[in-house]
Design a protein around this ligand. Structure first.
Ligand code: PGA
Length: 224
């Protein structure tokens, strides 16, 4: 395979701990020890610790991500999950997902703060951008282009347009970045996105919840 690929499962607020552990038992053994294909699961905060333990116990080559992270350092910020705490369990953090921008009023300024916190504690920030015009925060090396119309709708962007947006994002970034695509990715369409030269992975919501479908996605990626 010519480039590094990120396959990132975003469980959102949908997967209970027992469903998540069942998923791990069915998907974990199918993840190959392949440096070029990085597989990440992003459970909700309540499941992070147990999921991490289960991955270590099973010896699965699977990284863990959080779906958000506090813009503040550790301190008196009730209800927040600081990077200093999260680093016990996670390798990466999804930051600036459009659902957070829309439902929680998250701003580009807060997103930039979150990226800073993540980097300070060795967590890779995966910043979601909705178009080529979304600002790219300083210190961000991994993006997910996720057009709002494609999220949870079964109506993905075309691989051609996603590739064009990824190309523009790469040109505009001050440093070298990898760009993933997200929005209605399935085992049927993932290959058409990953075959594009500027797309380095996929952020997958609905299709990541079903262990059989996620195994099909992995199989499609390993077959490229
Ligand atoms: P979807 O979600 O795959 O269900 O469209 C993607 C995302 O929101 O990250």
């Amino acid at each position: 395979m010519p480039k590094d690929i990120w396959i990132i499962a975003n469980w959102k607020s949908k997967e209970t701990l027992s469903d998540g552990l069942n998923w791990l038992s069915l998907v974990g053994p199918n993840i190959r020890k392949d440096e070029a294909v990085k597989v990440v699961v992003c459970p909700s905060f309540t499941s992070l610790e147990e999921v991490k333990k289960d991955i270590l116990a099973g010896g699965y080559p699977l990284m863990v991500g959080s779906q958000d992270l506090s813009p503040f350092p550790a301190g008196a910020y009730t209800g927040e999950e600081s990077a200093a705490e999260l680093r016990q369990f996670v390798d990466i953090a999804i930051i600036g997902h459009s659902e957070r921008r829309k439902n929680f009023g998250e701003t580009d300024g807060q997103i930039a703060q979150k990226v800073k916190q993540a980097n300070k504690f060795g967590i890779t920030p995966l910043v979601c951008v909705q178009s080529a015009d979304t600002p790219i925060p300083e210190g961000c090396k991994l993006l997910a282009y996720e057009p709002v119309f494609a999220i949870g709708t079964g109506n993905p962007d075309t691989p051609e347009n996603a590739d064009q947006v990824a190309k523009e994002l790469k040109l505009k970034s001050k440093q070298e970045i990898n760009v993933c695509y997200g929005g209605s990715v399935t085992s049927e369409n993932i290959t058409s996105f990953l075959n594009k030269p500027n797309i380095s992975g996929a952020l997958i919501g609905a299709a990541s919840l079903d262990p059989n479908e996620f195994n099909n996605i992995l199989q499609a990626v390993y077959n490229i």
